[in-house]
Design a protein around this ligand. Structure first.
Ligand code: GCO
Ligand code: MN
Ligand code: MN
Length: 400
């Protein structure tokens, strides 16, 4: 291939991974705006103002920007300051062609939330948390957000001496019920998405996994209004298979939002670029989302390495979207692969004479109970999962 031809084919393949609005890629103000502070070191990047982040997102082809109340409006802003900031931010988003699909509330940054927010022992802290969330809902609604995320980062403990853990569940339920009523009263039509995390910043956080929340939601007054916002890193911190949790949420009609990033097992909360640590599990996730035609935001809740400057932050954000689109293409290739499809068909085919199960019936049960299963014959069927997985690896590594 001549250098020119090679160049052309490279840019062609780059072109096909171009993010477009229909991909629904979104980033939080706090993700591009992350200044690289960690528990051991100070900021390495300047503060990027929200309006500038909106314009960068437009430039790199993202669709949406999400925010905590205080990512945009300082916690002690006067009403007049707030209104001016919101007005200017709306304009910046419009100019950048960026929407605000999701809003959330910071119930973890201010020291007043040192013992939690909705679950704190001090009733005044609980009341303040509620007021702050109502105002954050007002703010999000003004910006057009339709999803409201609740992440209880401080809702947890270092010592269980401080409260009974079931009391925390009751307080959380009371708060979410209150927010749902406010949602109805104001006609906001939000769908709430509850985000689980096992630990960090608290020693243990209540509602450690998406599964915990899926058990909690049906106990609410308005379960139909509430779903989940699973995050890759959070489930992986708990040692879980992320895609399985997402699939269960989807199957329950509760996958309202998703936080994409990556994480190495056994580490601190890393918020790595999507797919950068474990591209294989990212592949199964993207394949799942695309197979079921999930149509919500693909939100990246991650940040650039602390070694980066702002050009590096753009590399990071572009990388998240590019990896998603590459994996989406790989998923389509996997689905279209005749050898893979033949194996899938073979592994779930029934042997002639297999009794029908499915819905219970007295007659069917009689047949089932009297059937003689030939276990040796069943065992003759091959389950070529090694081959299936290697075909997957071949696709992922680009040789198939
Ligand atoms: C974290 C969380 C947060 C939340 C965000 C939205 O680990 O810090 O993932 O980034 O997603 O606060 O509520
Ligand atoms: Mn997180
Ligand atoms: Mn998150």
């Amino acid at each position: 291939m001549t250098a020119k031809k090679k160049d052309e084919s490279m840019s062609k393949s780059n072109g096909s991974y171009e993010p477009k609005p229909e991909h629904k890629f979104s980033f939080g103000l706090w993700t591009l705006g992350n200044r690289g502070r960690d528990p051991f070191g100070d900021a390495v990047r300047r503060t990027m103002p929200p309006n500038e982040i909106a314009s960068v997102l437009g430039e790199i082809g993202a669709w949406g920007v999400n925010l905590h109340d205080n990512d945009l409006v300082p916690i002690d802003a006067t009403p007049a300051e707030r209104d001016r900031i919101v007005r200017e931010f709306k304009k910046a988003c419009q100019q950048a062609g960026i929407v605000v699909p999701m809003a959330t509330v910071s119930l973890f940054f201010h020291p007043v939330f040192r013992d939690g927010a909705f679950t704190a022992n001090d009733p005044e802290v609980r009341a303040y948390a509620l007021q702050k969330t109502l105002r954050a809902m007002d703010l999000g609604a003004e910006l057009g957000a339709k999803i409201f995320v609740l992440w209880g980062g401080r809702e947890g403990v270092e010592t269980d001496a401080c409260r009974r853990a079931d009391e925390a569940v009751k307080r959380l339920r009371g708060a979410v019920n209150y927010l749902c009523e406010y949602n109805i009263a104001r006609g906001y039509k939000y769908r709430f998405a509850l985000e689980a995390k096992p630990n960090e910043p608290r020693g243990d956080i209540y509602m450690a996994t998406t599964g915990h929340y899926l058990g909690f939601i049906p106990t609410l007054d308005h379960p139909e209004m509430v779903g989940v916002n699973p995050e890759v890193a959070h489930e992986q911190m708990a040692g879980l298979n992320f895609m399985h949790g997402v699939a269960q949420a989807w199957e329950a009609g509760k996958l309202f939002h998703i936080d994409l990033n990556d994480q190495a097992p056994g580490r601190y909360d890393q918020d790595l670029r999507f797919g950068s640590n474990n591209p294989k599990s990212a592949f199964w996730l993207v394949k799942f989302l695309e197979d079921v035609a999930y149509d919500g935001s693909r939100h990246f809740d991650a940040h650039a390495y602390r070694t980066e400057d702002y050009d590096g932050v753009k590399d990071f954000a572009r990388g998240c979207m590019r990896t998603y689109l590459i994996l989406k293409e790989k998923a389509a290739r996997w689905n279209a692969d005749a050898e893979i499809q033949a194996i899938l068909k073979e592994i779930s085919a029934a042997r002639p004479g297999t009794p029908k199960t499915g819905k219970y019936s007295a007659k069917g049960t009689e047949t089932l109970l009297s059937h003689a299963f030939d276990k040796d014959a069943i065992m003759e069927k091959r389950l070529p999962y090694e081959k299936l997985d290697q075909l997957t690896i071949d696709i992922l590594l680009g040789v198939r």
